[in-house]
Design a protein around this ligand. Sequence first.
Ligand code: NDP
Length: 246
Amino acid sequence: TETLAGKVAIVTGGSRGIGEGIARRLAAAGATVAITYNSSAEQAESVAKSIGEAGGTAVAVRVDAADRAGVRAGIGEIAERFGRLDILVNNAGVTVVGPIDSIGDAEYDRSLAINLTAVFVASQEALRYLVDGGRIITIGSINADRIHFGGGSVYALTKAGVAGLTRALAREVSDRGITVNTVQPGPVDTDMNPADGPFAEITRPHIAVGRYGTAAEVGSLVTYLAGPDAAYVTGATINVDGGFAA
Ligand code: NDP
């Protein structure tokens, strides 16, 4: 059923992976979806086109999450283009993995810019446009709560950061009926974390259900949170991790 008919959603980093899965699910529920990307223009256009062929509406817009002013401008342009904004999904993210003494300042700054500052700035800007009853959903990571390998310091700190931001913002915007939540995926098969890579070998034994998740399985939870049935869910951190943290 089209629980999101008439609604406009932004999904950052929707050209591939989890963001693509989220965009497809939101569009299938009736939302008009703007997906952002940085480098994968062709892939982003092809996701938008394929959503269109499936009967939905989607556009692809280049917004570099590492560029604070660009994020601000991009959110505003999308909201103005469609004349409204109902749902912001902060999904774009990067991973830096390595022992703490190997993490350079530039890598650190870039991770924080994309995984944390862009989420803050996009939320700040989106709140200027979001309708009453709007939604902010941020893709954190189960690695904020449980990390099964050495070398995830920067990644984990950014993902713990967005969960804290979510709780604080939920308090600030509840009077507008806007909910703010963090979705924490466990291992999901994407370019970032391929189900057949060497990292998967050390990861799979920790997953209670014994397999990697799919982008669609994350998209399904996000679509629920975006919909009217989830009005009483806010400030929450919800895992979709196959029992990784169990
Ligand atoms: P992918 O690397 O497969 O895809 C990343 C997406 O983010 C792409 O669409 C990419 O766009 C976009 N992106 C990256 N950098 C930028 C940027 N500077 N500006 C705009 N967009 C950008 O990652 P996943 O799909 O696996 O991850 C998506 C989110 O889920 C991330 O926040 C990640 O931390 C989180 N997550 C992933 C898990 C996993 O196991 N896969 C587990 C837990 C959390 P482009 O194609 O243009 O580069």
